[in-house]
Write a protein that binds this ligand. Structure first.
Ligand SMILES: *[C@@H]1O[C@H](CO)[C@@H](O)[C@H](O)[C@H]1NC(C)=O
Ligand SMILES: *[C@@H]1O[C@H](CO)[C@@H](O)[C@H](O)[C@H]1NC(C)=O
Ligand SMILES: *[C@@H]1O[C@H](CO)[C@@H](O)[C@H](O)[C@H]1NC(C)=O
Ligand SMILES: *[C@@H]1O[C@H](CO)[C@@H](O)[C@H](O)[C@H]1NC(C)=O
Ligand SMILES: *[C@@H]1O[C@H](CO)[C@@H](O)[C@H](O)[C@H]1NC(C)=O
Ligand SMILES: *[C@@H]1O[C@H](CO)[C@@H](O)[C@H](O)[C@H]1NC(C)=O
Ligand SMILES: *[C@@H]1O[C@H](CO)[C@@H](O)[C@H](O)[C@H]1NC(C)=O
Ligand SMILES: *[C@@H]1O[C@H](CO)[C@@H](O)[C@H](O)[C@H]1NC(C)=O
Ligand SMILES: *[C@@H]1O[C@H](CO)[C@@H](O)[C@H](O)[C@H]1NC(C)=O
Ligand SMILES: *[C@@H]1O[C@H](CO)[C@@H](O)[C@H](O)[C@H]1NC(C)=O
Length: 831
């Protein structure tokens, strides 16, 4: 056979083009030429000079392997604009300050190891190879601060960023440390794995799961999930140790150039050691962690970078008249050495004042524990209204508290030791006077507690607190009285019975008596604080609480029209109920309001909350039929091991709203709420329970039947017959039905985010035709084992921040929901 004459030439060309990705000795990248780069075969990654993103000046350059604008590996930095990266004939890769220089700023140290070429692979790995193609050196084996999919990370690797570093320990624990001394994050598979593994390897799977594999583990264990995990293909994920000391999983939609954090190891940024530098105090404005100084006795080391910490305006040794203590309420200094002594708050202050100590923290939890910081220590503060400790810092008098009252950092008292003694006397006298007054007041209250005048006073006080937004604390007695001895029952949910009550200021309220709470007082108050700080027009507002002995009650604003299910699922025959049909406009507004409420929980408040129990019973209607979502944030309050409250659950109510991932033992994310919301949406349109099977639906599950009708274009068949008489915007109906089908997709990644749902409902974005919701048959149809097993546990609602929304990998194959809920709670608590 005669071969075409051009074939050898073509083959030669082909050979040179494929080998063109090989970088041969002598090849040079120069910083002065922005177009000089080495790329991976499919152009996903490039090795080139880029400005150092962590440096203040754009003149600082690094030689970096980048993906879009994301640096995944780097050499440098250098401030020399004529710098070059060169593969020398010896096989050494060097970063040189000038093309002619012989003293490298950085080198791969591979001279005379047989390196004959380099290449940037499609995975992003930059390798130096010998003539048989084996990697002598690779960038994946020398990570800087990033791990990408297919990159292996084992105990001999470290990610570093500034003074922070990230490692995997021989037992598989992941640790974050500062200056190699302070370990502020240490988390492993589970608390019982303290034995050594053989060769633990960390991987970021392209679906967004951080896994640990080891020869001794039968299969890789999942350690963390990106909140948008799954949805493979179009999203690039990577793990990065940021220069704020947090380790995050990022997602970048390919080609978009935007990068979003989807998981953070330390969910509370202020818990990252030294985030605000030495003597800095970390706190939150509405959304972000911010750095401040303890008082005006201090100033920032660098006003342009508040993370660089604070310094004294007057050094302690220069104090004119001795030293004094600045008092910081609701503040602590981070302490990772469990060295504490037992002393009261005032002793904690005094002993620090007279000793070599420069700062101390007294735990105000009744334990009387105290820890101190000496002048050699790096002192890292955290201020938050939720912190129950008081801290002290030694300063030169006079104490100059911060003017910003919201910081709550208040000044101390005495000026020197002599005055201190005087103060002790004054305080003692004052304390006895106050004590006396309190006793008298108590007597007075005892005598007049039932008089109407006192009631009015208490009401005024309550009103004041209510107006300030802080939850009011009620006594059990007060609530007993308000509810006339828990007489008028409004309803019964997964967390306990709800009663109607009238508060002292004549506000009508719903009082929820929580069941199965085993939690400590402190934890309960913290959860209450979180719930009551979550305000939105479409969320039921928490007015107050009661925590007394074993009694735990929550007081909510009263919703005149009760819950949505009463309106949707009343039977046609009942005469009394005939006036209760909501017309279409009203239903649409309820759907929209509910979506807005959930969007707020998911996307707009600081500690994002996954509701986990969206159903018509938890959607309440006020006197104007505006929807308000209730029962968010309760899961942390309930001890998942307590079986009593499960029997109280309306099993019928919750079945059918559970996303498939509850049953499949996959992580519960905000997308699980989207699923439940989709089911509610279908019910708002149809007035039927989504899991109902009847002759009218051809003996199919309602959602399955509804999709068939939808495909036929037969929307009217799906709409509740009871509203046929009124005005119906059929375009709106179609939109709502389409949104509903998108929400109940089996794959979480297919479901839209709640914010998108709102836009879809409002009609401001186009809606594609939804694919059939497979889950409908897989989950809801299971009247048998699936429902029987999972539904009992279904009414746990797991509240979690997105960062902590992933349960610890449960190696138990039983996959009981109860275990999962508890492990995921554990996870967020351990941080
Ligand atoms: C660049 O490097 C050369 C040689 O080391 C040095 O003479 C020069 O000052 C450097 N330039 C800058 C801007 O650092
Ligand atoms: C480039 O190759 C990598 C690894 O094979 C692959 O994941 C990626 O999708 C490819 N990119 C393009 C644009 O083809
Ligand atoms: C290339 O490196 C591999 C692994 O280090 C080694 O086995 C092989 O002999 C080397 N080949 C040459 C030509 O040096
Ligand atoms: C870690 O992986 C590298 C290869 O990437 C290997 O050379 C090294 O021996 C491994 N370290 C341990 C402790 O297994
Ligand atoms: C980090 O640790 C070293 C000693 O291990 C110490 O000399 C240095 O001062 C520390 N850095 C800071 C900022 O404290
Ligand atoms: C590993 O992490 C777990 C928490 O996940 C912790 O309880 C345990 O003490 C850690 N083990 C070591 C050796 O640090
Ligand atoms: C902890 O992890 C080990 C290793 O995967 C496993 O054998 C053990 O059962 C786990 N313990 C718990 C309580 O999950
Ligand atoms: C784990 O390995 C380290 C270092 O190799 C050793 O010091 C430690 O004793 C080992 N721990 C266990 C539980 O085997
Ligand atoms: C990358 O950064 C450059 C400048 O820093 C900017 O012009 C470019 O648009 C960025 N590209 C992407 C994809 O973000
Ligand atoms: C909170 O701080 C961030 C970062 O410093 C700032 O961008 C934001 O505007 C601040 N928000 C408020 C409400 O002050």
């Amino acid at each position: 056979m005669k071969l075409p004459r051009w074939l050898p030439l073509f083959l030669l060309l082909l050979a040179t083009t494929t080998s063109a990705v090989d970088i041969l000795p002598g090849a040079t990248l120069s910083a002065s030429d922005p177009n000089s780069k080495w790329t991976s075969p499919n152009n996903t990654f490039a090795l080139t000079f880029v400005p150092d993103p962590t440096a203040a000046s754009p003149q600082t350059l690094i030689a970096a392997v980048t993906y879009n604008n994301i640096t995944i590996w780097q050499a440098g930095p250098t401030t020399n604009s004529s710098a070059v990266l060169r593969l020398l004939p010896s096989g050494d890769l060097q970063l040189l300050p000038t093309p002619t220089s012989t003293t490298p700023l950085w080198s791969s140290a591979t001279a005379n190891l047989g390196v004959s070429a380099a290449s940037l692979e499609d995975s992003g790995n930059f390798v130096l190879k010998n003539s048989s193609g084996a990697a002598v050196w690779s960038s994946f084996d020398r990570p800087t601060d990033t791990i990408v999919p297919t990159q292996k990370f084992n105990t001999s690797h470290t990610l570093s960023s500034g003074l922070y570093s990230f490692k995997i320990q021989t037992n598989g624990n992941l640790t974050l440390s500062w200056n190699n001394t302070v370990i502020y994050y240490n988390s492993g598979l589970n608390s019982t794995t303290n034995s050594n593994l053989t060769n633990p390897n960390l991987d970021i799977i392209s679906t967004g799961i951080l896994t640990l594999s080891d020869p001794t583990l039968s299969s890789p264990q999942n350690l963390a999930y990106a909140s948008d995990f799954d949805g493979e293909g179009e999203i690039m994920r990577f793990v990065k140790l940021d220069n704020d000391g947090n380790l995050r999983i990022y997602s970048s939609v390919k080609g978009s150039g935007t990068v979003n954090p989807r998981w953070a190891a330390v969910s509370d940024q202020c818990q990252v050691f030294a985030f605000c530098g030495n003597m800095g105090i970390c706190s939150y404005n509405d959304t972000y962690p911010i750095c401040g100084c303890p008082s005006l006795n201090f100033e920032f080391n660098d006003v342009r970078d508040t993370r660089k910490g604070c310094k004294r305006k007057v050094e302690l040794q220069d104090c004119p008249g001795g030293e004094t203590m600045l008092q910081l309420d609701h503040s602590k200094f981070l302490n990772f050495q469990p060295e504490m002594t037992f002393q009261g708050i005032s002793a904690c202050r005094l002993n620090c004042l007279v000793g070599p100590c420069i700062a101390s923290t007294a735990l105000a939890d009744g334990s009387g524990q105290c820890y101190t910081k000496s002048s050699n220590d790096f002192v890292v503060g955290y201020h938050s209204p939720a912190i129950p400790s008081t801290s002290f810092v030694k300063v030169c008098p006079p104490v100059q508290p911060n003017p910003n009252p919201s910081l709550g950092l208040s000044g101390g008292d005495g000026r020197n030791r002599w005055r201190l003694r005087a103060w002790v006397v004054v305080v003692a006298v004052l304390a006895s006077v106050i004590g006396l007054l309190a006793v008298e007041g108590g007597l007075w209250w005892w005598c007049f507690r039932n008089s109407p005048k006192f009631g009015a006073l208490s009401a005024q006080y309550a009103l004041l607190e209510y107006a300030s937004g802080a939850p009011v604390q009620f006594s059990y007695k007060e609530l007993h009285k308000a509810t006339k001895g828990f007489k008028e029952k409004l309803g019964e949910g997964g967390f306990g019975v709800v009663y109607k009550g009238v508060l002292a200021n004549r506000t009508v309220a719903a009082v929820k008596q929580l069941e199965g709470i085993e939690q400590g007082e402190k934890q309960f108050r913290m959860e209450v604080a979180t719930i009551s700080s979550t305000h939105h027009l479409n969320l039921v507002r928490l007015i107050g609480f009661c925590s007394e002995g074993r009694h735990r009650l929550l007081v909510y604003e009263f919703m005149k029209n009760g819950s949505l299910d009463n309106f949707l699922f009343t039977s046609d025959s009942s005469e009394e109920q005939s006036g209760k049909h909501l017309n279409w406009e009203c239903r649409y507004n309820i759907a929209l309001g509910t979506a807005r409420g959930i969007t707020y929980l998911h996307e707009e408040c600081r500690d994002c909350i996954v509701h986990c129990d969206i159903k018509p019973e938890n959607i309440l209607l006020d006197e104007n039929f505006h929807a308000k979502v209730s029962d968010f944030g309760l899961a942390k309050l309930v001890n998942p091991k307590d079986h009593r409250y499960r029997t109280l659950t309306s099993v019928r109510g919750t079945r059918g709203y559970l996303a498939p991932e509850w049953i499949a033992n996959l992580p519960i994310t905000s997308k699980s709420d989207v699923y439940s919301y989709g089911m509610v949406l279908m019910e708002i349109v149809s007035g039927k329970r989504n899991f109902e099977v009847s002759g009218q639906t051809g003996h199919k599950k309602f959602t399955v039947w509804a999709y068939e009708e939808f495909e036929k274009g037969n929307f009217e068949a799906i709409v509740d017959r009871r509203i046929y008489g009124g005005e119906i915007d059929i375009e709106q109906v179609k939109r709502v039905i389409e949104v509903s089908f998108w929400c109940i997709q089996e794959q979480p990644s297919q479901r839209p985010m709640m914010g998108k749902v709102v836009q879809m409902l409002e009609g401001v974005v186009e809606i594609d035709k939804p694919p059939p919701p497979k889950a409908a048959t897989a989950v809801g149809g299971g009247e048998g084992s699936v429902a029987g097993n999972s539904v009992t546990g279904s009414s746990f609602s797991v509240v979690s921040t997105f960062a902590a929304s992933m349960p610890l990998p449960s190696s138990s194959s039983s996959g009981k929901l109860g275990d999962r809920a508890s492990s995921s709670l554990l996870y967020s608590e351990t941080k």
